[in-house]
Each structure stands twice: as C-alpha cells, then as structure tokens.
Design a protein around this ligand. Sequence first.
Ligand code: HQG
Length: 187
Amino acid sequence: MQNQHNKISKFLSYILRHHPQDIGLHPDEQGWVAVDELIQAVNAHGKHLDLDLLQQVVAGNDKQRFAFSPDGLRIRANQGHSIRIELGLEPAVPPPYLYHGTATRFMQSINKHGLTPGSRHHVHLSADHITAKQVGTRHGMPVVLLVDAGRMHQDGNVFYLSANGVWLTDKVAPTYFSIYDQSTNHG
Ligand code: HQG
C-alpha cells in the first residue's frame, strides 16, 4: 500500500513539478491542474488512479507535497517546480537559522558560487538539520550547511514559506553559510 502510494507520489511530483506535458496537461500560471483532467490523463497513460486513491496519496504524503484548491477541484505541487509557474507565496520572516542539505561533491562549486536554485525556482532550506541531512543524502555523502537566515533577511533577501514548510529563497551567498555537519567515512 505505502509502496503504491510512494510510486504515485513520485509520478505526481514528476508531472506536477516538471513534465506535465508528458501526459498532455497544461497547469495554469499558479501550477494548478483540474483534478478530473489529472485522473483521466494518468489513466490514459497506463497508470491506475481514481479520486479516492489521489486523496489518500495527498493526505498521507510524508512531506505534504501536494495540495487541493479549497473547492477540491484543482491540485498542484506545493513547491519544487522547474516549470515556470508563480506559487503566489507572500514574503515571510525566516527563523534566525535555517539548514541546507547537500553533498560533499557539490561543495567546491557551492563555496565559490553560493547556493543557487539550479533547475528549480528557489534554493530550498529546511527548518531542522535532520531533514536537511536527509535531503543531502539524496545526492551522495551529505553535508549540512547552517544558513544565517536572520542576517540574510536583515540584508534585504526575501524568503518564502511553502505550504508544506519548506523555506525558499533566490540564492544564498557564500558569506551566509557555514558547515554545520559533514559526514566522514570514519563513523
Ligand atoms: C546543489 C526534495 C553546485 C544543492 C527536498 C543540491 C527539497 C549546487 C543540488 C527539494 C549549487 C540541487 C529540493 C552550486 C546548490 N553548485 N551545486 N552553486 N547550489 N547546489 O534536488 O535542495 O522529496 O534541485 O545543494 O526535500 O536537494 O522532492 O535541490 O544538492 O525540499 O519533495 O544542487 O526536493 O523534496 O538539487 O532538494 P535539487 P534540493 P521532495
């Protein structure tokens, strides 16, 4: 069951964040697609999905990756897009420190250029170091960076908080982070 939900969640992330056109969907400018169109399109592409299953996947998702519109007729990913959409988030005051999980192999470039959004809209920051380490582990040997979000904000950098609790900002210059935790092979 959980495995089936994970597979659907991964597929929905792929579609709603990155490649809606692969199944013929065209999200609006805020990233929403009609729930009935999504269900039809997914089924037309050889995967089973009905409203009941979709609601279970959205409600039970470990990171609350997706949200229904208040009327329940539309759905979108809460963050993480590479397609050009506007989530419509209001600027928010960040906590004094945030964390970013990455991998050792990126550190040379990160130390030189700072944290950059890559293919996504924003740099993603976590409120806690445990989540950040999990994010970093996806890419290899993890490194957790401590980001001086309070000072960035004081200096005029804008932050947003996604509906699922991920902090977003345009970039993080090298002067604003330090290494919080770096894995080694020794233990
Ligand atoms: C790194 C997951 C070289 C950056 C997570 C990261 C997150 C640089 C990688 C969400 C760099 C991009 C996003 C630079 C940053 N040079 N590498 N200048 N600046 N990087 O996947 O933050 O499970 O696009 O450190 O929980 O890992 O999908 O971003 O390692 O919230 O819902 O380039 O994805 O959520 O990788 O993850 P990503 P991310 P989901």
